[in-house]
Design a protein around this ligand. Sequence first.
Ligand SMILES: Cc1ncc(COP(=O)(O)O)c(C=O)c1O
Length: 328
Amino acid sequence: MEAFEAAFARAVGTRHCVAVASGTDALWLSLLAAGVGPGDEVVTVSHTCVPTAAAILQCGATPVLADVDPATMTMDPASAARAITRRTKALLPVHLYGLCSDLSALKALARAKGIPLIEDCAQAAGASFDGAPAGSHGLAGAFSFYPTKNLGALGDGGAVTTDDASFAARLRRLRFYGYEKAHESREAGHNSRLDELQAAFLSASLKRLPAWIRARRGIAELYRASFGGLLACPDDAPRRRHGYHLFVVRSPRRDALRIRLADKGIETAVHYPKPVHRQKGYAPVCRVGPSGLAVTERLAREILSLPLYPELRPAEVKRIVEAVRACA
Ligand SMILES: Cc1ncc(COP(=O)(O)O)c(C=O)c1O
């Protein structure tokens, strides 16, 4: 596990990496180590997978939901700023689909408010902002190695990256019964270890991550070049190097397009059809920020994830492109 931690810290460009049992645990333990607890609030987005909110709730804190920027589909810094109150203890943007949130504005916001920035990098292994990898911009970056992710294990896994030595030491305690040394618990902790088999598999896969990201970006470029004017494609500027965990287009006629593509044998998906604040299990325990969630609501109706994985062959990409052009 230590060898993987060292290699992943090097890949992300941070001094420390603490491997844990899942991406949800990476978020939860980062928040705990940052001192988030009952009665506190954490500002995040509703346009995400529910574990982002679940991790906040697991600390006893309340997720406060900011809206997203329509072009990047990630946290809108102005909306996040309005959602911050005296109780806010952390800012938790999500680099959804593999595209970094506006980290320069969000870092400035966190600094101005005196709160830590914790990046949800579950989908963003291999992405970067201003030349620095996702997970190296705030107090902590929380990664998931669930098998479908850009860097996937054979089962569950996660990691936290950080430059802060005392934060890393606290994370190490929290993930392992609060132990400071063998059989000495300094504080009440948990059990969230990455098992050695997953770590060994991840160490081998990490070497291939740059090639996988290049393959993902190549497929994304083919899509983008083919859909100009037809569909709204993901934002990808040199400043924010997309990791293309997913290639998500937008169409006001999304549902009809999805059915027509399915008829042609092209499987698509929607990430995510119901934002967190529309989920029965989460709506009562989250709070919507003062600027509302109009963009989030619209995106949930328009987004469509096209097939994208490194092994997709050029002929298959061509077939998908032709089908989309015929159906859109
Ligand atoms: C944005 C986001 N955050 C957190 C997680 C949680 O990761 P895991 O499934 O490894 O617990 C996921 C994974 O699905 C995710 O997509």
